[in-house]
Design a protein around this ligand. Structure first.
Ligand code: GCU
Length: 663
């Protein structure tokens, strides 16, 4: 059993083997005065001692073999890419920019951590996506919206905090290829509105500098109503001349102080946030105004498409929240300026355990777009229940939108391969906090790690990523590694089985979103209904219902529109189905609901006993912390199972064929 310093996450640098050389570092075409290059070298020095017991020195030590890490500037290597190759005299690393050097060094360390010797290291890689971002929902008072791993390490008592944790955070992010970080909540209120004033510039400069040393650009969420809230104006109409000139002055001031700021993320006209709709303007009017103002500084505006009516009457079956993003944004395709990116959640609702892919992704063909996923487990178990999300993200990336003859997957669209655009990529909402282990549940770090790796290389499989993470973090014997890897890989489907059935989503406790409440949102204003009655359940989103299915390209629209061809895992998302409907398995819908809930709960118990089975191979403290989470997960799974099954038994009056206890 190795020791694991969980504060270092996957940069644990367990001893991989005993080397017998000493290293020196040779730079060709790069300067050690470059902060990124210097941090890369620093990481290498620190890690090789731990990984293989070798030192980096400048003096030749005749008693040991002399090895060189030779870092060469090679213009042929794509931006932020690297080529690494180990040999008998050391390792050659080629890159065309400093980020490439940094990523190359982390790739070397990853490969050694994962079991290769230094002389076997070999890889050529460059990022799949131009932008690979983390979105924090941290508030200035230190709380984190949807935070399940402690308080913010960016903010405390309305002040910005920097320190060793900030630096470690930046290292972790760089090690997985992240190049942009939004530090504050998209719901910008109170003190957060003042992040663009001189109250915060000095600390922001410090933060930005730490990030820059790790190849990361700082971004902030912006309050669209800033002209009113901090400027004392009466309007924030994006077409008002005085509003525009207020923004021009403001953004100049911001960039005078923070010349390397990446830009801003904006949540407008969403869940009570102000936006252009108030003034009868379009989303494009709002986004383009800010885009134009920030363009002279090379900044970008990332505009979220999470716009929907959150004051819906549940009696109204015509309005469909799922339609909203497409309805608001599709007609304006092509109207967005070049430095504006639309950021689109993976599904049309809100990060449920199963949703179809948003039809906006690829539905837009003339607009920069970025995929937003949620690593923070808001609806997927609060980092209590094990839920490895990389398989879900892979499904989204691999989805064929049919927006083009070829290169039509979501991965193609957001990377820029479909449209040849320069701006796009992937963003994840994360909630790393000041908990010792950063992510609440130790095992939830696999999602943080996995998102970064996947955004850098969308071809990696969920299993490859899981194994990389396990090897670097825990370095287990093969058998135990296999068990843990398998636990991760099946966890998403297990969670799905004991929660809401066949794509319908929700059924969660309102507000907090942990644990079951089948009707919790059924008579609410949020547009999130399952429409169950005594005969059946599901939302008719076909051409005879809300018409949502018709927002897809014909191939997908056709597939989803017919309950016989609709992928069954999404059946209730698209159709209202009788409990007696026969599924492909031959089971009725109601029997499927019962069976999957019994199965899911039992499999959750299986996860807990799998964890127990590797007890002797994992450090005691890790074992204990994770076990505590499994205990809670089992309570949760049982509660979901019994509430969902009882609910549908009571609605339908149809008993379980197998006669199990339902209440
Ligand atoms: C969800 C989440 C909110 C968040 C919102 C968003 O609705 O519950 O906390 O603000 O998504 O993505 O903006």
């Amino acid at each position: 059993m190795g020791t694991t310093d969980w504060t270092q996450l996957w940069l644990n640098y367990h001893r991989a083997y005993e080397g017998e050389g000493t290293w020196n570092i040779a730079l060709e075409g790069f300067e050690s005065s470059d902060a990124v290059v210097s941090n890369a070298i620093c990481e290498f020095k620190k890690a090789v001692v731990l990984l293989i017991g070798e030192q980096v020195t400048n003096t030749a030590d005749s008693s040991s073999r002399s090895l060189t890490l030779k870092i060469t500037n090679d213009a042929e290597i794509p931006a932020e890419g690297y080529a690494i190759e180990g040999g008998s005299d050391g390792i050659a690393l080629k890159a065309s920019d400093a980020n490439g050097v940094l990523y190359g060094v982390f790739a070397i360390l990853r490969q050694i951590s994962c079991g290769r010797r230094a002389d076997e290291v070999k890889e050529t890689a460059s990022p799949s996506n131009p932008l690979r971002m983390m979105n924090h929902w941290d508030n200035m008072d230190g709380s984190i919206e949807r935070g399940y791993s402690g308080e913010s390490f960016f903010f405390e008592n309305e002040e910005i905090v920097t320190g060793a944790r900030t630096r470690d955070y930046a290292r972790f992010m760089a090690s997985i290829g992240i190049n942009g970080v939004v530090i504050n909540n998209v719901n910008v209120k109170g003190a957060a509105s003042y992040l663009i004033t001189d109250r915060y510039f000095d600390k922001l400069k410090e933060l930005s500098k730490i990030f820059e040393g790790y190849g990361i650009k700082l971004y902030m969420s912006l309050n669209f109503a800033s002209p009113i809230e901090i400027g004392g104006m009466e309007t924030c109409d994006p077409l008002d001349k005085e509003v525009i000139s207020w923004w021009e002055k403001k953004i100049k001031e911001v960039y005078d102080n923070l010349p390397n700021l990446g830009g801003f993320l904006v949540k407008a006209d969403s869940e009570g946030r102000p936006g252009p709709f108030t003034y009868g303007r379009t989303q494009a009017d709002g986004a383009n105004m800010l885009g134009d103002v920030i363009a002279p500084y090379g900044g970008i505006i990332i505009w979220r498409c999470f716009v929907y009516n959150c004051t819906q009457d549940w009696r109204d079956t015509k309005t469909d929240r799922a339609r909203a993003g497409y309805d608001y944004f599709k007609d304006l395709d092509g109207a967005y300026h070049g430095n504006v990116i639309l950021q689109i959640k993976n599904g049309p609702m809100d990060f449920q355990i199963r949703e179809p892919v948003s039809p906006l992704l690829g539905g837009l063909t003339k607009t920069n777009q970025m995929l937003e996923v949620q690593v923070a487990q808001e609806y997927t178990g609060h980092q209590i229940d094990l839920c490895y999300l990389i398989p879900l993200f892979k499904e989204v990336l691999d989805f064929h939108t049919h927006c083009a003859q070829e290169k039509d997957t979501v991965a193609d669209v957001v990377s820029g391969r479909t449209m040849g655009n320069r701006l796009g990529g992937m963003a994840a909402v994360i909630n790393t906090g000041n908990d010792m282990n950063w992510t609440g549940d130790d095992l939830a770090a696999a999602n943080t790690y996995g998102f970064g790796r996947l955004s850098f290389n969308t071809d990696l499989t969920a299993e490859e990523i899981a194994r990389e993470w396990i090897r670097q973090t825990l370095s287990l014997p093969q058998k135990e590694e296999d068990i843990l890897c398998n636990m991760l890989l099946k966890s998403r489907e297990i969670y799905e089985r004991y929660t809401s059935p066949l794509g319908i989503g929700w059924m969660v406790t309102p507000n907090g979103h942990y644990g079951p409440s089948v009707d919790g949102y059924e008579y609410s204003r949020w547009g999130t209904y399952h429409r169950a009655d005594h005969l059946g359940i599901g939302v008719d989103r076909t051409d005879k219902g809300t018409g949502y299915a018709q927002q897809y390209y014909p191939e997908n629209a056709k597939l989803y529109n017919d309950p016989k061809t609709c992928p069954e895992e999404l059946l209730l998302f698209f159709h209202h189905i009788p409990y007696t409907w026969e599924l492909k398995s031959g089971k009725t819908l109601i029997q499927h609901i019962y069976d999957s809930h019994f199965q899911g709960e039992e499999e959750a118990r299986g996860l807990a006993s799998d964890w127990e089975s590797i007890k002797s191979a994992v450090p005691e403290d890790v074992y204990a912390r994770v076990k505590e989470r499994f205990d809670l997960q089992l309570d949760n799974a049982r509660e979901w199972r019994d509430q969902v099954n009882s609910y549908f038994f009571r609605k339908s009056g149809i008993p379980d064929e197998k006669g199990r206890t339902i209440y």
